[in-house]
Design a protein around this ligand. Structure first.
Ligand code: SF4
Length: 346
């Protein structure tokens, strides 16, 4: 997304939210404490005007609340201020995120009039029990209906999904991904659950009523989800919460908070590809794997942990990696005595 779009975010923390979703505290997640007004939008446009055009589409983005559930008058004040930016050539379009049960044809018509081109829907799960336990206040059916309306109206549709919510399992996450793929979004965001201080989820966790979705849990399940979206040709435009000072400074008390979660997941996928390439290799062998130069660090893993795991699992005497692969996402076992840009594991 970033290669073709420049995003100028305006956070509307919790504006419009009719429910307190158990995991959510947008003030800490977004790092913004004040609700946005038309003046906030105008200030964002002044800052955007100072940013050089790169040829990418420039979008003002309303994030962090349920935009279309905000009272219509306030929505229109925010949208009208954003439209001034379109009319002045500062931005090209507006995008926003909202809830699936706050979408209907009339609402979508309003968004179109003000230059909104992308609608992000917080689906989170397609399992009604998980949605209920998470305090979402909508059903999977609402997600399907909203996605259909957004697509029919010609918007770019982005779906947000979470893993590790109360009542969730890996199987439910995979089923959610399949059902989201069936809605043919233009992209998805994956947010493994983070336990944020002060939320209902934090209280449930401290009372022992919710089991933490660890970084390892998130890596395991997301490594199963990414290939599903890739096979369907649907880009995953974000994996994991954006790090903020609040979250890194202690607000993220547990759960799947890691500033490089996406890299960890890609690294796990490379580990699995390496396992497949090494299947059948005799114990005691000295092997060389090839990988594309861009994915060398993903194959090595953090602190080279992937190589250490492979060496132990396959009882290898040595393992080397050669960044000479020509294809992305491919790990190949090179013939014995292959050299060239070889990097030793030990
Ligand atoms: S998850 Fe969305 S709808 Fe729920 S409280 Fe947070 S911003 Fe509001």
């Amino acid at each position: 997304m970033s290669a073709r779009q420049q995003i100028f975010p305006v956070f509307v923390p919790h504006l419009g939210c009719p429910h307190a979703c158990v995991f959510c505290d947008q003030r800490q997640i977004s790092g913004q404490t004040q609700p946005a007004t038309a003046d906030t939008v105008r200030r964002a446009l002044i800052e955007a005007a100072a940013v050089p055009h790169t040829g990418a589409q420039r979008q003002l983005a309303f994030y962090g609340g349920s935009f279309t559930a905000i009272p219509v008058k306030e929505q229109e004040a925010l949208l009208a201020a954003a439209k001034e930016g379109i009319d002045a050539g500062v931005i090209d379009a507006v995008r926003l995120s909202t809830r699936p049960d706050a979408i209907d044809r009339e609402t979508l018509g309003r968004l179109q009039r003000y230059g909104v081109t992308t609608v992000e829907l917080g689906a989170q799960s397609m399992d009604d029990e998980v949605l209920r336990l998470s305090g979402r206040g909508h059903t999977a059916r609402d997600v399907e209906e909203a996605a259909r309306l957004v697509r029919e109206a010609g918007f770019t549709l982005i779906l947000q999904m979470m893993t590790g919510l109360p009542g969730d399992t890996d199987e439910k996450c995979i089923e959610t991904a399949r059902r989201l793929i069936a809605l043919r979004p233009d992209g998805v965001r994956l947010y493994p659950t983070v336990i944020v201080e002060g939320t209902a989820l934090c209280r449930l966790w401290r009372e022992g009523k919710y089991r933490e979705h660890t970084v390892e849990d998130a890596v395991r399940v997301c490594a199963q989800l990414l290939p599903l979206f890739a096979e369907a040709g649907i880009p995953v435009i974000r994996l994991g919460l954006n790090p903020t000072e609040e979250l890194s400074g202690g607000a993220a008390v547990a759960g799947a908070y890691h500033p490089a979660l996406g890299e960890l997941v890609k690294s796990r996928l490379m580990l699995e590809r390496a396992r497949a390439a090494l299947s059948g290799v005799a114990p005691g062998s000295s092997v060389t794997l090839s990988v594309s130069p861009r994915q060398l660090s993903q194959l090595l893993g953090q602190k080279r942990e992937n190589l250490a795991r492979l060496k132990e699992e396959f009882s290898l005497s040595a393992i080397r990696v050669s960044p000479t692969g020509e294809k992305e996402d491919e790990v190949r076992l090179l013939p014995e005595n292959s050299e060239g840009g070889v990097r030793n594991s030990e």
